[in-house]
Design a protein around this ligand. Structure first.
Ligand code: TYD
Length: 137
């Protein structure tokens, strides 16, 4: 069973220079999966919530590429809140974690590295269904 306690913030490599910084991320190195897809959320209006679902199989690394936001994590039993505000920290999330992204700062960009290509059938969008599956009911 996936647990919010397995959702960890990890420090990513940083190549620093006077002309700016760079963070490389490799599949199976910084993240424990092959990276099949990246996507990013941007132009998020103030007060909006993103997420509000879980994934049956997908694993992700979430990075605040710019600005900041909070990630509410829920494994069906326990809950945790993670604040992301640096482009060199990534939140690893295994499958079967309900997540909501809130409190986006103005100009905030959420970069997501995902283990699978987009597949709507991998989504659990009903919280009660997620909770029952997560608890093995
Ligand atoms: P969704 O994952 O629900 O967004 P969020 O979790 O950020 O709130 O996706 C929003 C819409 O975009 C939904 O119609 C599915 C579509 N979508 C794709 O077509 N490809 C993708 O890679 C992703 C992540 C979403």
């Amino acid at each position: 069973m996936s647990s919010v306690f397995n959702c960890s913030v990890m420090e990513l490599p940083r190549i620093q220079s006077p002309s700016g910084n760079l963070t490389p991320v490799y599949g199976n190195t910084q993240v424990p999966f092959d990276i099949a897809r990246i996507y990013y959320l941007y132009d998020i209006p103030g007060g909006e919530t993103r997420g509000g679902h879980a994934h049956r199989n997908l694993q992700q690394l979430i990075v605040a590429a710019s600005g900041s936001f909070d990630v509410l994590l829920d494994d069906g039993v326990n809950r945790k809140v993670v604040h992301l505000n640096r482009p060199y920290f990534g939140l690893y999330m295994p499958n079967m974690i309900w997540r909501e992204l809130i409190n986006f700062s103005s100009g905030g960009i959420c970069l997501v590295l995902a283990s699978e290509v987009y597949d709507e059938s991998d989504y659990l969008r009903e919280y009660q269904e997620f909770k029952q599956l997560a608890r093995g009911i």
